[in-house]
Design a protein around this ligand. Structure first.
Ligand SMILES: O=C(O)CCC(=O)C(=O)O
Ligand SMILES: [Fe+2]
Length: 198
């Protein structure tokens, strides 16, 4: 394998990244404001939409995604290098799931370098199924539980899928990170800093 095709997978699973109470508040926001259309059997709510629906609710989401950004930067040794490209809350209903894919495998997604999913509720208690599965490497499977963060490369080396949710609703805060400031969602919102929100 030459340097150009080298596959470098990078993956971490961290527990207790957000408290159970903060996870529950984000899940409440998701249930109150989410809309359909992201994928079949899935409802979502991105940070822009929260800003538009009710800016008073924005700080709790902005604070949580900042926690995710900092946890990822620390885990991957990339402090002050990454920007949030997209962030949002996702509710995975019964029947939802995703086949094997890489998160940057389209021309318009190439800027994504790390994917981060913070789970807001518990497999087994709140829903059945819904494990995050990787095609190769370790860890091979992540069982969602409130406060657990899975972070992994957005490229082919970390190809992954979500096992179908069999029952209940699986809640996540999903964040894609880029090292290209031009693709920062905060910059696009008009902020000049890495924390561009008011
Ligand atoms: O929710 C997860 O565990 C992973 C989601 C995912 O792969 C995606 O949204 O691209
Ligand atoms: Fe993915």
């Amino acid at each position: 394998m030459d340097a150009a095709t080298e596959r470098t997978s990078q993956r971490v699973v961290l527990d207790g990244v957000l408290s159970a109470a903060r996870c529950a508040r984000l899940a409440w926001l998701l249930r109150a404001l989410a809309h359909t259309g992201y994928r079949p059997h899935v409802e979502s709510l991105n940070t822009w939409e929260v800003a538009r629906c009710d800016p008073r609710l924005l700080p709790q989401l902005v604070a949580a995604r900042q926690v995710v950004l900092q946890a990822v930067e620390q885990a991957f040794g990339r402090e002050a290098e990454l920007y949030i490209e997209w962030s949002g809350l996702v509710a995975w209903g019964a029947g939802s799931g995703i086949d094997w894919h890489a998160d940057n495998a389209r021309d318009y997604l190439r800027q994504r370098v790390i994917s981060a999913v913070l789970y807001l509720n518990d497999q087994g208690a709140n829903f059945q199924g819904g494990s995050l599965l990787f095609k190769e490497g370790e860890p091979r499977a992540v069982a969602p539980r409130a406060g657990r963060l899975a972070a992994y490369g957005s490229g082919e080396a970390d190809a992954h899928g979500v096992e179908p949710v069999a029952r209940g609703v699986r809640h996540t805060l999903t964040v894609w990170l880029t090292d290209d400031p031009a693709h920062s969602e905060d910059r696009k919102a008009g902020g000049g800093s890495r924390e561009g929100w008011p």
